[in-house]
Design a protein around this ligand. Structure first.
Ligand code: ATP
Ligand code: MG
Length: 396
């Protein structure tokens, strides 16, 4: 048997052949693979997979659907309203040159030719649907939220029509999207199979390390696996990354090395792993808070000996142990109280709340890399585990 390399076992960016973990969907007590298989069997229904980023939505689709049957497109592939079927037909190699080309004839000219653009376009839509049916193809429309909102609505209409004709499709989106064009679309109600991908538990994450190091003939204790799982913050991707970093630092691909994963290299591996991520600018911007226009901000004494304003304190409180993906205002207040124990001046709840509102406005105006948390209804939801991990272990 060929000796496996750690990079073949731990795959943070691709399908994990050797470390795939099957999880139970808490809603039904079945595993996600069975749920998805069943959903795909219900003809006339669209499957909607919703789950936080990097939780294995794409990997699940790739596990369940045979490689040859899978047609993956991203919401980002669609920029204008009516290129949906065009993009699909190009993707599967059906597009006929010229068929969709934008014509700029006058209405008169079109009438003379007896062919409106709409007619040609509908014919091709049917052809795409027919092709998918004949070949047993399944469309996975990944990262649907990347499509512009009005395009999402348009695609939803198109899919509604297509699924009646037994076109099989899965739409994958992030949660917390108030404007969900699929799930909140009245036209689609009763025609959806819903699958919610939950964040990973520490026990599920642990299995990645246990499976992987076993494949690599290395020993890892349950305790160490748990420790890595806690740092991975519900993210299987982060777990894969950290395990790969550990393998590198303890030199597992070298035959002569000792094959034990112990405490010694753990923190180094966490730090080493942050080199793959770039959240320095995001963290800097958030720590700075809004522009004060020359006004002095209230500064507090922190137990570390530093001085911080409320923005610094909010960010610092997120770094604390244990790492949490959701924090209530009360929890944040408790953490900040401990941080400012020695400060004469106390930070009240209102100041924290106002600070978080300000940070949320900053985030809202920035590009997607800044969408790292969401503050709503007195809860702070970390949307990006990699951000929190970077905050804890990276240089910033
Ligand atoms: N079932 C699994 N078992 C082991 N590792 C997994 C599993 N699912 C996902 N992973 C790991 O997490 C990584 C990210 O998974 P995936 O790309 O499927 O997430 P996603 O939810 O589609 O993310 P995004 O929101 O960015 O599209 C994978 O490359 C893999 O390393
Ligand atoms: Mg994905």
């Amino acid at each position: 048997m060929m000796k496996l390399l750690s990079e073949q076992v731990f795959k943070p960016g691709a399908f994990p052949d050797y470390t795939y973990v099957s999880r139970i969907s808490p809603e039904l007590n079945f595993n996600y693979e069975i749920r998805l298989m069943q959903a795909l069997k219900i003809s006339g229904c669209l499957t909607s997979i919703v789950g936080p980023s990097k939780m294995g939505k794409t990997v699940l689709c790739e596990k369940v659907i045979e490689f040859e049957k899978l047609v993956e497109v991203s919401g980002g592939d669609f920029t204008v309203r009516n290129d949906f079927w065009k993009v699909l037909s190009i993707k599967v190699g059906l597009a006929l040159e010229g068929e969709y080309s934008e014509t700029h004839h006058s209405i008169n000219e079109k009438a003379q030719k007896g062919l409106s653009r709409t007619e040609r376009y509908i014919a091709s839509k049917d052809k795409v649907i027919e092709y998918f049916k004949e070949e047993g193809k399944v469309l996975v429309l990944d990262d649907f939220h990347y499509a512009p909102e009005e395009v999402q609505v348009y695609i939803a209409q198109q899919l509604k029509d297509a699924i009646r004709k037994e076109f099989k499709a899965i739409v994958v989106t992030l949660p917390h999207r108030a404007d969900d064009a699929i799930r909140k679309n009245a036209d689609l109600s009763g025609r959806l199979s819903l699958i919610n991908i939950e964040p990973w538990t520490a026990d599920e994450l642990k299995q990645i390390a246990i499976k992987g190091f076993k494949e690599l003939n290395a020993h890892i204790s349950d305790e160490i696996a748990t420790r890595i799982a806690t740092e991975s913050l519900t993210s299987p991707q982060l777990m894969q990354y950290i395990c790969l970093s550990i393998s590198t630092l303890i030199d597992l691909d070298n035959e002569t090395g000792e094959r034990i994963v112990d405490e010694t290299k753990l923190e180094d591996s966490f730090k080493f792993t942050t080199l793959n991520f770039e959240y320095r600018d995001v963290i800097k911007t958030l720590k700075e808070g809004p522009n004060t226009r020359g006004k002095q901000r209230k500064i507090f004494d922190v137990i570390t000996g530093e001085f911080m304003d409320v923005y610094g304190l909010i960010m610092k409180s997120l770094e604390d142990n244990p790492p949490l993906m959701e924090l209530s205002l009360d929890e944040l207040k408790t953490r900040i109280d401990i941080l400012t124990e020695n400060s004469v001046e106390k930070v009240d709840k209102k100041r924290i709340k106002d600070g978080l509102n300000q940070l949320q406005s900053i985030i809202n105006e920035k590009e997607t890399i800044f969408q790292v948390f969401e503050w709503k209804e007195n809860m702070l939801y970390i949307l990006e585990p990699l951000f929190l991990f970077y905050l804890r272990w990276g240089v910033h």
